[in-house]
Design a binder for this molecule. Structure first.
Ligand code: 5GP
Ligand code: MN
Length: 316
């Protein structure tokens, strides 16, 4: 069975460190909580460590407080890296800690950095891969784990709106609801529980909306300095990139978040342009066909036209 090596690796070690990519999203948080529950149910010592904190909207998930940004003092036997396409995306240095790395992910540009690699780019979310692992190994789980996995899948399918919302992913979610996940509660916590300042920040970002390349590209922008001015936090801007492709005629959406020296681009596609391929043209960039990202080490005024040129050449 495809899971034999994973089970063997888990059974024969005691100390595990679970981590995921910078700028945590619902899939990374939910997948980490589910895997942590499984390891603990087998009597393992588990540390959940990430470079970035858990966004507020996911803090309703049970045991989420166990996910910390405090650098762990004990070396693990095994590193479990979830939903993260390469070790640089961790945002912390995992080199030399242990050669035993479990790598479970659904990004097609995953660099297979583990000793156990399960990369399924057809999976809508890493959480869906973990559901499959649990199901095929006969692992039954409590409602709080079903909730974490449902949140993982719900967020990576854009609230069941993106093209990765297949019948099989909906069947997996049906199983999660049967196992105790409350879909409407999770939807409300994640999408309708903004901090008042967070919504003010979103209003500011909306007001930056512009069209380019004859209306085929739409952009929004956020200087990081605006966070302090409004009293909002970075994660309040999460999800805004998805709005950049909601206008008729727009093929590619760009959301740029920038400091004085660098600009992070979130790219979105309606399905005609492969934005993952475009993000990969920038060192460290990557992602999926319709959602990807990269950081250009330039101030916004230079980085934006640079990206627009790449898009213009690519889109013809
Ligand atoms: P978002 O725009 O929502 O931050 O990210 C969309 C997708 O692109 C996610 O799957 C994310 O992992 C990937 N992504 C975002 N930024 C980067 C980046 O700088 N490098 C790589 N390799 N992937 C990224
Ligand atoms: Mn994911």
């Amino acid at each position: 069975m495809i899971w034999d090596d994973l089970c063997e690796l888990i059974d024969s070690h005691q100390r595990f460190l679970i981590s995921s990519h910078l700028s945590l999203d619902g899939d990374s948080v939910g997948s980490q909580l589910a895997m942590s529950w499984h390891l603990k149910s087998k009597g393992k010592d588990v540390v959940l460590y990430n470079a970035d904190p858990v966004p507020k909207k996911f803090r309703f998930l049970q045991r989420v407080e166990e996910i910390t940004t405090v650098v762990p003092s004990v070396k693990p036997d095994v590193l479990v890296i979830l939903d993260c396409s390469n070790l640089q995306r961790l945002g912390w240095n995992a080199e030399g800690i242990t050669p035993l790395i479990i790598n479970i992910d659904h990004h097609r540009d995953n660099t297979r950095f583990g000793i156990f690699n399960h990369i399924d780019d057809r999976a809508a979310a890493t959480g869906a891969i973990i559901c499959r692992f649990f199901k095929e190994c006969g692992i039954t789980y409590p409602p709080e784990v079903a909730e974490a996995l449902y949140a993982a899948i719900m967020t990576d399918t854009g609230g069941f709106r993106f093209s990765n919302t297949t019948s099989s992913i909906l069947r997996i979610c049906a199983d999660l609801i049967d196992a105790g996940a409350d879909g409407s509660k999770i939807y409300e916590k994640v999408y309708s529980s903004h901090a008042p300042e967070g919504l003010m920040l979103q209003a500011r970002i909306w007001s930056s909306l512009k069209y380019h390349l004859d209306g085929r590209v739409c952009s929004m922008e956020m200087p990081l300095a605006v966070l302090e001015e409004i009293g909002a936090v970075y994660s309040d801007s999460e999800g805004m990139a998805d709005h950049t492709i909601t206008a008729e005629g727009v093929e590619v959406g760009i959301m740029v978040k920038y400091s004085a020296s660098e600009s992070h681009f979130s790219l979105r596609s309606k399905g005609t342009v492969d934005v993952g391929k475009i993000a990969q043209k920038i060192p460290g960039g990557g992602g999926h066909f319709s959602a990807a990202g990269c950081t250009i080490e330039m101030p916004f005024e230079e980085a934006f036209p640079y990206m627009l040129n790449i898009l213009s050449a690519e889109m013809g």
